[in-house]
Design a protein around this ligand. Structure first.
Ligand code: NAP
Ligand code: COA
Length: 300
């Protein structure tokens, strides 16, 4: 039993005006599910229209239609693989045809799975680098001319796991560290053109695909978080709204962690036995292998 469980945060509608982003347009990679879908919804609840991209067209269009219905603003879902620069450029062209401008870009498309370096092929490592790191670069290149015009804002979704070495996460750690480096350079190169660039680094967030993939059954618990719970979509949304608002006009080149202080906790997780037992955990179905992960996602 944790000593204390932090209550849920106030939702964005209690804190920010409903017309905060009226007339503004958000372009969100990975916006058809999870954290980035909820960020898109929050931006739309405060007046923005949105263009979301993912590889799966049906999933993106369904999410877009749900969010349009819920908010009364317009969201368009589009199929695009962020690994392919032409595909991202086409998506941006379409967003400009549809909305005429871009004000907020969220780079959130990502991939993950658990694997040690010893069992990770070069292509497996490259796959995550291509989605998370190259995908962010491709998105920045394609959207930058439009953010220069609007003096817009980039938010990159990174993580906290690369700040301390996290086993089974070398691909994501390298990619997210790289994304933070890109954001910092972007902040100083494009700050002079009125563009701000910051990162949101979520800790474990409830109800996400990421945490489904990363949780070892029985070994990852909300109770071990300093505030007695994991983060919620609302926690991320509040920071997102703040960062795109004029209240954050001097915030540039920063990484904002939404982890309840979790990264400062010294691990007590039975290292290195947990690592040695990795193969047993996979064998017993406590960590998803590639096939199990594909089968579960196919059912979604
Ligand atoms: P999620 O629901 O799986 O979101 C990832 C999104 O990226 C999906 O909508 C997916 O759509 C899209 N995507 C994947 N590969 C793509 C590609 N090649 N091109 C275009 N889109 C692609 O995961 P999540 O857990 O909410 O994570 C969202 C972000 O938060 C990620 O950047 C993740 O690293 C970060 N994060 C999450 C946590 C957590 O607790 N969940 C913690 C730290 C950081 P398609 O499948 O349709 O392509
Ligand atoms: N363990 C080890 N290697 C794995 C793996 C696992 N669980 N899952 C995939 N790989 C390897 C594959 O074997 C392949 O390498 P190979 O050619 O040497 O065999 C490589 O990774 C690419 O796999 P593939 O399935 O072709 O990639 P994809 O582009 O179709 O999918 C993923 C990308 C693997 C990242 C997939 O999990 C995905 O689409 N994720 C998006 C959702 C997500 O992860 N959300 C959480 C965000 S935090």
């Amino acid at each position: 039993m944790p000593a204390y469980i932090q209550p849920e945060s106030a939702n964005t509608q209690q804190t920010f005006p409903s017309d905060l982003l009226k007339g503004k347009v958000a372009f969100v990679t990975g916006g058809s599910s999870g954290i980035c879908k909820q960020q898109t919804l929050a931006l739309m609840q405060h007046g923005a229209n949105a263009f979301i991209i993912g590889r799966n067209l049906e999933k993106a269009q369904k999410a877009a239609s749900e969010m349009s219905n819920e908010t009364g603003n317009t969201c368009i879902g589009y199929s695009c693989d962020v690994r392919n620069p032409q595909s991202v450029s086409q998506a941006v062209e379409q967003a400009i045809k549809d909305f005429g401008r871009l004000d907020v870009v969220i780079c959130g498309a990502a991939g993950n799975f658990l694997a040690p370096i010893s069992a990770m092929s070069a292509n497996a490592f490259k796959t995550v680098i291509d989605i998370d790191l190259l995908g962010t670069y491709n998105t920045i290149k394609a959207t930058m001319p439009h953010l220069r015009k609007s003096r817009g804002v980039y938010i990159h979704i990174t993580a906290t796991l690369h700040e301390r070495a996290t086993p089974l996460q070398v691909h994501v750690s390298a990619a997210k560290a790289g994304v933070e480096a890109i954001s910092n350079v972007l902040a100083i190169e494009e700050g002079i053109n009125g563009i701000r660039s910051n990162c949101i680094a979520p800790g474990p967030i409830r109800g996400t695909e990421g945490m489904k993939k990363l949780s070892y059954k029985g070994t990852t618990s909300e109770k071990s978080s300093p505030l007695g719970r994991w983060g919620t979509f609302t926690d991320i949304n509040n920071l997102t709204l703040f960062l795109v608002s004029d209240a954050a006009n001097f915030l540039n080149g920063q990484v904002f962690r939404v982890d309840g202080g979790e990264r400062h906790v010294q691990p007590t997780n039975d290292y290195p036995n947990n690592l040695i037992e990795f193969q047993t955990l996979i064998k017993n179905g406590l960590i998803e292998n590639r096939e199990a992960s594909k089968q579960r996602q196919a059912k979604l």
